[in-house]
Design a protein around this ligand. Sequence first.
Ligand code: PLP
Length: 395
Amino acid sequence: MIYADNAATTAVGRAALAAMLPCLISDYGNPSSLYAFGQRAKEKLEDARARVAACLNADPKEITFTSGGSEADNQAIRSAAALGAKKGKKHIISTAFEHHAVLHTLDALKEEGFEITLLDVHENGIVTAEEVAAAIRPETCLVTVMYANNEIGTVQPIAEIGAVCREKGVLFHTDAVQAAGHLHIDVQAQNIDMLSVSGHKFHGPKGVGFLYAKKGIRLRNVIYGGGQERGKRAGTENLPAIVGMAAALEDQLLHLDENNARLIRLRDRLIAGLAKIPHSILNGDPVKRLPSNVSFCFEAIEGESMLLLLDDKGICASSGSACTSGSLDPSHVIMAIGRPHEVAHGSLRLSLGEDITEEQVDTIIREVTEVVEYLRSMSPIWRAQSEGKMDYVLK
Ligand SMILES: *Cc1c(COP(=O)(O)O)cnc(C)c1O
């Protein structure tokens, strides 16, 4: 099997597993218990907090552990909205190609009387700081723009957007779930007020993440109950997962430059190979993208059929996001970069893991090329196009 869906989730790495096992077997105390056995767990919890904070150039007090990226997004946006509402500021700026954890939280806030501006994304999958600046109004309480897109992999000018928000006194949150553990992040240098991370996207376990919130930002609870996480997130801490996530993040950063140099080479080999398929187009900027991400649209193809045929050949890939596959609407991300409906349906995302080999990349190129040819050979639209009775959408 070739697993090329690392943007959906990753395998737990050795570093994470080694850190987790003692928490599961021997140090299983509750960090809230006062006896020494509980306090040993508490020490591990605070050690993990210090470690993840250091990975982002943040202070440990600025880290709140959550159940994952979705919860961190919800809490960041809800907190900024509550702070804004107190001052009568009920306008939020975001983009059309955010993850649903952001978009659906914004939908809920809209119901509650907030005004939401979703910025358009350029064809290259980038939103500029100038566009963010132009959308900011006196009543804007939050700008939330994702760090790297989960479908097309494009990396946004986060430091510049952060600088604009700082200058205008507006809180800036970024969903960094696809970036953390894959790119170097510095919350101070990049002017980031709030940032969401999820463990399972960088070889940590599932069901754990964290929210970074700059000192002085008052978080609002999403989960109420006990006083864990300084009263901002109730529930007994998932210590094995938290410790595993911290170890995974540190381990990723240790090997990041070396791994990324290799990934970029293999990514570009894959892009060059797939670009040879006639009437195909790369989604997102060729350079300002995650080292692991390859995203294409193919003319006259159904993405779902392509995935099933690739699965038969032992290749795990994605079309649109995992959350929307199964529905017949094309991906909101592919639509946001302006691909026409017919073409948006034929999207394919391949997200490479650090252990991918050149041979596997060449296998993917060969198999995708074959699958596209096969599906086109059965497509009435493709036949009409190749007989000149219908225009191609893609050159
Ligand atoms: C996966 C993902 C999330 C959700 O994270 P979970 O930990 O699965 O809740 C949010 N945003 C982006 C960009 C993602 O890729």
